[in-house]
Design a protein around this ligand. Structure first.
Ligand SMILES: [Fe+2]
Length: 234
């Protein structure tokens, strides 16, 4: 296996078990911070201690618990803020002056290319970031869970389509890096999620919507659940 040209570090910060990720491009010593929130200075310290310069801020979505450290980063760095057009419109924050993207765009961080995927359902402009074989999923997919769809801007049916698209478009070996540490393990693979994530077990939109609506809050830590739909007609 060739060595990766990037490293991703995860920091679990704040009262809601948020993961803040630091994508570090080895060649350029540039770093992108994903969803800077809560004790974001800890992530800044980590970047500094490893000799990386934070040049980019990537948002999976605009909920408070994923963005409340943006200014800590901007106080230190002249970093570019990235998000999808649909989320910029949903957020309505004119002061942020983000660089606007469309699903499928590549964000270049030195020798590392990061693809921004439009994955609506939790919010209209929720994004996942695909780099190498890693997928930073925000609140779209948790390990053995998925984000709520009953908050403003959420849409159950759209989430069903989004999860299906992730399942069909990405390799099963993709590593899932979620937005919160809600499960028995911090990361997973897409293969393991297809098998054990109850939100990946529904084969028609009605079943998914009913299940998602009936389980607004599951007991954490989330664990793998058997796929009871296997072997049945859908
Ligand atoms: Fe959220």
């Amino acid at each position: 296996m060739p060595e990766k040209n990037y490293t991703i570090d995860a920091l679990e910060l704040g009262p809601m078990e948020n993961f803040v990720y630091l994508i570090q491009d080895h060649a350029s010593k540039r770093a992108a911070i994903v969803d800077p929130a809560w004790d974001a200075p800890k992530a800044i310290e980590l970047a500094k201690s490893k000799g990386y310069n934070i040049t980019d801020i990537l948002l999976t979505h605009s909920h408070h618990d994923h963005i409340n450290g943006i200014h800590d980063v901007l106080d230190e760095y002249d970093a570019e803020l990235h998000l999808l057009k649909q989320e910029a419109e949903f957020w309505g924050n004119d002061d942020a002056r983000p660089s606007i993207h469309y699903g499928g765009d590549d964000i270049v961080l030195g020798d590392t290319s990061i693809k921004i995927l439009h994955t609506p359902g939790h919010t209209p402009g929720s994004a996942c970031y695909h780099v190498g074989d890693d997928l930073i999923t925000g609140d779209t997919m948790f390990v053995f869970g998925c984000g709520r769809c009953d908050l403003t801007g959420g849409d159950h049916e759209v989430m069903f389509k989004t999860l299906n698209k992730i399942r069909t478009d990405l390799p099963a070996s993709t590593v899932i890096l979620p937005g919160h540490n809600y499960a028995v393990k911090k990361t997973s693979t897409l293969a393991e999620q297809i098998k054990g994530n109850p939100f990946m077990h529904h084969h028609n939109v009605q079943d998914f919507v009913q299940y998602r609506m009936n389980t607004p809050k599951r007991k954490s830590p989330y664990e793998a659940e058997p796929d009871s739909s296997c072997g049945h007609d859908h």
